[in-house]
Design a protein around this ligand. Structure first.
Ligand code: ADP
Length: 477
């Protein structure tokens, strides 16, 4: 099939969260299965500044905007280590900026305009590229307007929900509708103008030919207003057209045996390098170098979604273990971890975004904490397992689908799980994990081996995406 994968962020060119990891790895898995898959994203400053080859694919192309004509150029590169083309939509005013969605912790004022432009530019460049996809894969609200622009016609559209929390629905004042070029009386427009606001996630949910989200459990959860607010009825209305497909990991990008950010490499067969990584991380974090003390890591956006209020409340009761935190985001959460790091010799915090340090944390820790309030899929827990670090997670969304404490459906224990969103339940899970670490080293080693052998490769999920694309294409035939 010919598939165009449209995303506002793609590893390694620009990354804010897990969407970028998915956009940089699912297309590779699809290409390996024989599809002509290409990726398209905006050309941010980070794209220009990276050390990958870039060449012009389309020197200039008019982009029809509401009542006027703008223009763009298209650069091209490849996903690293592959022949998968990546196109970069160039527009200096909209995209030559340091941030993807805004300055740290904020959003650009003109996000609706710049992302509408991105969607229109995607349609405009297909002709000069002389390439027509059968399906365009849209990811989150940033690209959902394409489903409206293409409604009912070819190419087919698949809309993937990576996050449907209230802060991730792409809402704008309804007066801004003209920016999108859509008329208020157009039926699809009515579906996403809600309560005086434009809701771009609703546009994708209503107008895309097929919809999915990034884990089976989250696909069920988003039918409940507790997870998706006012959008729950839209999800329910789509019924069986909303699929849940668990994200995979790129096993080459995330590989402790070859990862060059680590003090030592290791694998499931030989974990000696992991002990070296732990000691190195303890030194780097200014913690006491103690192999016997469980080292617990967090690598996360500091966001209410991630359950960090529980961690903040539990911190004073966490003794006899070491904690390292890497994250940026909400100033109040940054302040909590900064204060804990100042006051407690066993806590270290880096309030920054650092991909190489993230790798050293995944590799050097014994335990990885993800007590999310909700979690569409979550990649952190999968990366941790790949690096032999056992996740402690709350049973929600993709965390429930990837981590098991009691073993289920032929899967062996690969982490620690709690259900109730409470400090008590979190503390109990941490204590269970730390007890096991201290008292039962053989059982611990077995669970680490189970975790490292749990299969999170893209292969199975890529096959499911194939079926989803076929279902979408059937609908526009
Ligand atoms: P989300 O997409 O909600 O942020 P995921 O767990 O799906 O959560 O993906 C988060 C990704 O971002 C992981 O690859 C994680 O390692 C990375 N990440 C998050 N915060 C940081 C940070 N401060 N520094 C480096 N990488 C980070």
């Amino acid at each position: 099939m010919k598939i165009l994968f449209a995303s506002a962020e793609v590893v390694p060119f620009a990354k804010v969260g897990g969407l970028a990891d998915v956009a940089g790895s699912l297309p590779l898995a699809l290409a390996e299965r024989g599809h002509d898959v290409r990726v398209i994203m905006p050309k941010y400053l980070s794209v220009t500044q990276g050390d990958w080859p870039l060449w012009r694919a389309v020197p200039g192309c008019p982009v029809p905007m509401p009542g006027w004509t703008s223009g763009c150029a298209l650069d091209e590169s490849r996903l690293p280590g592959s022949e998968v083309p990546v196109y970069f939509v160039e527009h200096h005013d909209y995209f030559s900026r340091p941030g993807v969605y805004g300055p740290p912790g904020g959003a650009y004022e003109d996000n609706l305009e710049r992302l509408s432009f991105f969607c229109r530019a995607i349609l405009a460049v297909l002709t000069p590229l002389n390439w027509q996809p059968e399906v365009i894969h849209l990811n989150d609200w940033h690209t959902s307007l394409l489903a409206v622009y293409l409604e009912g016609g070819a190419p087919a559209t698949v809309f993937t929900v990576h996050n449907l929390g209230p802060a991730y629905q792409g809402t704008f004042p309804a007066e801004k509708l003209p920016v999108t070029g859509l008329q208020a009386d157009y039926p699809c427009t009515q579906a996403f103008v809600r309560g005086g606001q434009l809701n771009l996630a609703a546009a994708g949910l209503c107008c895309a030919d097929m919809v999915n989200t990034v884990s089976p459990t989250y696909a069920k959860e988003i039918a409940d207003p507790a997870f998706s607010g006012d959008l729950a009825p839209l999800v329910r209305r789509r019924g069986k057209e909303v699929w849940g497909i668990l994200n995979g990991l790129d096993y080459e990008v995330w590989n402790p045996a070859t990862d060059r950010a680590l003090a030592a490499n290791f694998s499931a067969d030989d974990l000696s390098g992991k002990a070296v990584c732990k000691a190195a991380l303890q030194r780097e974090a200014g913690l006491e170098e103690r192999p016997d003390v469980p080292l617990v890591g967090l690598v996360t956006r500091l966001d209410a979604q991630k359950g960090l209020d529980l961690v903040a409340a539990a911190l004073p009761q966490l003794r006899d273990l070491q904690i390292v935190v890497l994250g940026t985001g909400a100033p109040d959460l940054e302040a909590v971890f900064a204060a804990a790091a100042r006051q407690r010799p066993e806590v270290a915090a880096w309030l920054t975004f650092d991909e190489r340090l993230a790798r050293r944390i995944y590799a050097g820790c014994d335990l990885f904490l993800m007590p999310s309030r909700y979690e569409p899929c979550g990649l952190g827990q999968m990366i941790a397992m790949r690096y032999g670090t056992l996740p402690i997670v709350r049973a929600t969304g993709g965390l429930a689908d990837s981590v098991t404490e009691r073993g289920k459906r032929g899967q062996k224990q690969n982490g620690f799980v709690f259900s109730e969103y409470s400090v008590k339940a979190l503390l109990a899970a941490i204590h269970r994990a730390c007890d096991l670490y201290r008292r039962r080293p053989q059982r611990w080693a077995q669970i680490v081996s189970n975790a490292m052998h749990t299969d999170f490769t893209w292969d199975r999920s890529a096959a499911a995406y194939e079926r989803l694309y076929q279902a979408a294409v059937q609908k526009v035939r």
